[in-house]
Design a protein around this ligand. Structure first.
Ligand SMILES: [Zn+2]
Length: 167
């Protein structure tokens, strides 16, 4: 399964393709900014379940993707490109995790919840499993190699999306 960097790149690429380079408006006080990082954040959002001790469950499902899209639609009612991009960026997380190798049982993600609680994983293992034994030096070497692979694979996709949507 990809690292947060891989998920951020996936969310960024798809968010840019769906909504353009400006990103959604972010209003703080009286100032409003457009930030591309929101797409990257949406790409990483599903892993919030780490905080609740049930990783790769409901938050890694199409049901969660639609729920996130509905919340975005309620917030940005008149900007369908924004809520579409939020849902699509969130959806990249599901796709990339599904394409990743997994070593923790149950393998895969609960992709089709609420229709089924089954876990699904692709047979391709496009992304290596992420080492979580951070006290082992070899784990950090694996992590660097994994991030390099994600940058190699997804970096050009992000660059192509930014180029395609250049204004
Ligand atoms: Zn995940």
């Amino acid at each position: 399964m990809p690292t947060p960097i891989g998920h951020a790149l996936g969310g960024l690429a798809v968010g840019v393709l769906v909504a353009g380079r400006t990103g959604p408006p972010v209003t703080v006080g009286k100032r409003s900014w457009s930030r591309l990082w929101v797409w990257a954040l949406c790409g990483m959002l599903a892993d919030v379940d780490f905080l609740f001790g049930s990783h790769r469950g409901v938050t890694h499902s199409l049901g969660a993707m639609f729920a996130v899209g509905i919340v975005a639609a309620m917030i940005a009612r008149r900007r369908p490109e924004v809520w579409g991009a939020v849902a699509a960026s969130y959806g990249t997380h599901l796709l990339l995790d599904w394409l990743g190798a997994d070593t923790v049982v149950p393998l895969g993600i609960m992709a089709l919840w609420p229709f089924t609680d089954a876990f699904y994983v692709s047979p391709y293992g496009l992304f290596p499993a992420v080492c979580r034994e951070y006290w082992v030096v070899g784990c950090w070497i694996d992590l660097v190699q994994t991030v390099a692979w994600e940058l190699l694979l997804l970096g050009p996709v992000v660059a192509a999306a930014l180029w395609f949507r250049r204004s």
